[in-house]
Design a binder for this molecule. Sequence first.
Ligand code: GTP
Ligand code: MG
Length: 340
Amino acid sequence: KAYVPGAKPKAELEALDKELLELVAELQPTPEERQRQQDALEAVRSALVKRWPECKVHLFGSTANQLSICNNNDIDVCLELPGLPTDANTKGEIVEELGDLLMEAGMQNVLPLPKARVPVVKFVVGDNSVKVDITVNNILAIVNTKLLADYVKLDERLLQLCCIVKHWAKRRQVNDSYRGTLSSYCYVLMCIHLLQQRQPAILPCLQSLKPATFQRTVGQWMCDYYDDVEQLKGFGSANKESLSELVWAFFEHWAWKHDYNNAVVSVRTGGFLTKSQKEWTRRVGNERHLVCIEDPFELTHDLGRTVDRQTNGVLHKEFERAACVLRDLPSPLEKLLEPY
Ligand code: GTP
Ligand code: MG
């Protein structure tokens, strides 16, 4: 059934907005939680500088771009070793060594994954049970975290929408790229893209604005973009859409409007590309390209690559379920976020 704009009574939309904004506030990590994460970072840092005095230890991911939601106290940490070759083998070796070192430093459940696409050690900081993923010279992740953080500063509706979508994805168990659904990072890119696509646009495309005030090349990838966000304050103010309208637009798009056969979501260009432009038309190894989300910097990287036939069906059903619940129930929030 096609959606008729305005079909939902104004009073219902306003009530939903109020509930959504309350939920967003509840989902913000508490100061105690932030402090625990900060303490964990310091514990990791002091363990690492003993072995590598010249290293830098960065926080990235949601704890660094304001998009973390509470009760999900994982932190993403990157060990930067200047001058280290960046190939996966070397990183894998460092990850093995890191594993031993972290164990000696008293970290718990230490699990080195040296053969992962991005080699990583997973562990828990003993003192405060914060879970940590640590990667080595993962400079792209630091740069894409900054890009997301800059988008977050431009319009408060992005943080609100991401919070609701991430919370929904966790509740409905479609937030696990290892199991064939989508990562949080991918959902955030989908949200940014949606706000770039609204008419009038709520977010600009920072990678097409000139001049590029931030410049960095990582390996073969040029990561330049316009990062003077102060100059862009108020960019989206001509668009008056409320959070409930945007949540609806998100699910409506992914339930019914998205051209799954051809379209590639591209935050880099602020628009859609085609699968043939990207040469993402056929399966290569485990990469099926059923849902295509282009990484803003690592242009050969499709964040939807992990989706297979089965999980594609699951995802699509969940998007449709969410859209139907939003459309049909006068007070849809509880049902929308019902644990799977
Ligand atoms: P939560 O942990 O669920 O709160 O979300 P998050 O925003 O931290 O995202 P996630 O844990 O999925 O990823 C953490 C960071 O890793 C992201 O912000 C990116 O910087 C980076 N990242 C994750 N997946 C990829 C990927 O497939 N490619 C690249 N280049 N970076 C990624
Ligand atoms: Mg994370």
